[in-house]
Design a protein around this ligand. Structure first.
Ligand code: ADP
Length: 248
């Protein structure tokens, strides 16, 4: 499917905490269907940037648009989420006492948009959607197992699956491979690259090997602005980027 234009657009965004500019004239464009990695040293503003996109933090100035129609600064957190912006935090928060299947079911029911039409027909559709998501996240075999017995990696995939239940248009993913084994990292790379195209994915990640393995385009944040942007080869050979990482 051919897509046009940016799905997310930040222009001259600035956020200060007690006079300190955590985000300083940030400009960022994410294309529809893109998989973008955001890297940068601690304190670069990566978390604050995600908080701005989801409406958790309000900038002092600038513009934040979702597609060409939605001014995110005019909306609150639930309104922004309902546009199809999902966020995966670093620590998995699945319901350990429930099965994998029930976790996905619950994630669907949490979508207020479908509650009024929760008929028998919809239940069939929900089951189909769960099957589809189970396949995507590679947990089809574990559907009736309790989430509490899953490995760390499997819990992370389940949580991504819970976000996918609501068919997000943009997924924000915070350090997906922290604490994962090599094998789990490879599987996560496949999962995230497979998701891109169907939706846009923005990944904040510290593991440079992982970033290299998934990213077509990397944005380097430093002191609240974009220091460099391009392929991993381009940014990692940029003397300014080298300096920031060696100096950190
Ligand atoms: P990163 O995620 O890249 O490590 P953050 O966005 O967490 O960076 O932080 C950017 C800067 O803003 C840091 O210097 C941090 O201390 C500061 N900061 C973030 N949130 C707050 C806050 N709520 N109050 C004060 N300072 C903050």
């Amino acid at each position: 499917d051919v897509r046009h234009g940016p799905i997310l657009y930040l222009e001259d965004v600035t956020v200060s905490f007690d006079g300190f500019k955590a985000i300083n004239d940030l400009n960022l464009t994410i294309d529809d269907g893109e998989l973008r990695c955001i890297i940068g040293p601690n304190g670069a503003g990566k978390t604050t940037m995600m908080d701005i996109i989801t409406g958790k933090t309000r900038p002092d100035s600038g513009k934040v648009w979702f597609g060409s129609r939605h001014d995110l600064l005019a909306m609150n957190e639930p309104q922004i989420a309902s546009l199809g912006i999902g966020r995966k935090f670093q620590k998995p928060t699945v319901f350990e006492a429930l099965t994998v299947f029930e976790n996905l079911e619950l994630a669907m029911a949490a979508d207020k948009r479908i509650l009024p039409t929760l008929t028998a027909r919809m239940n069939g559709e929900i089951r189909d959607r769960i099957d589809e998501v189970l396949k995507t996240i590679g947990l089809a075999e574990l559907r009736v197992r309790q989430a509490g017995i899953l490995s760390h990696g499997q819990k992370q995939w389940l949580e991504i699956g819970m976000l996918l239940m609501q068919r997000p248009r943009l997924l924000l993913v915070d350090e997906p491979v922290a604490g994962m084994t090599e094998q789990e990292m490879e599987r996560t790379a496949e999962l995230l690259t497979g998701l891109a195209g169907k939706q846009s994915v923005v990944v904040v990640e510290h593991d440079m090997g992982f970033v290299r393995s998934i990213a077509r385009k990397v944005t380097v944040l430093h002191q609240g602005s974009v220091l460099a942007e391009g392929s991993m080869d381009q940014v990692s050979s940029d003397p300014r980027v080298v300096e920031v990482y060696l100096g950190a």
